[in-house]
Design a protein around this ligand. Structure first.
Ligand code: FES
Length: 119
């Protein structure tokens, strides 16, 4: 298994492997708890549900050094590498060295399934 760890954004000039294209089906919306969120590691997407029935999606790639955030706790998306924390409502930086919010993606629920369109 490839471990991307905290590698900085080397090679990001054209490959941009972190951003899948087109709508990504992430399965049942019920996997995302109200007042929390779920990290979809494989897709590098985090989906949150700040309030009942309102879903938000963000890039799971930390804006500090590119680690993939690993959990959502205390209403914050948490990066394991240097402790950055982002708000589940809008991806804003709440703590740590991250210089900017997590990029937001478009998320819809179709037939009970989450569809996320990375931008
Ligand atoms: S990569 Fe450093 S806090 Fe996320």
């Amino acid at each position: 298994m490839a471990v991307t760890g905290c590698a900085s954004s080397a090679g990001s000039s054209d490959s941009n492997s972190a951003a899948p294209k087109g709508p990504v089906d992430l399965g049942p919306a019920s996997a995302v708890p109200e007042g929390g969120g779920t990290v979809f590691r494989e897709q590098k997407i985090v989906v949150t549900q700040p309030t009942a029935g309102q879903y938000k999606a963000f890039s799971a790639k930390c804006t500090h050094a590119g680690c993939i955030v690993d959990q959502v706790k205390n209403q914050q998306i948490q990066c394991p590498c240097h402790g950055s924390r982002f708000a589940i409502a809008d991806g804003a930086v709440q703590d740590g060295p991250a210089p900017s919010p997590l990029p937001a993606y478009t998320v819809t629920v179709e037939g009970g399934n989450l569809k996320v369109t990375p931008s």
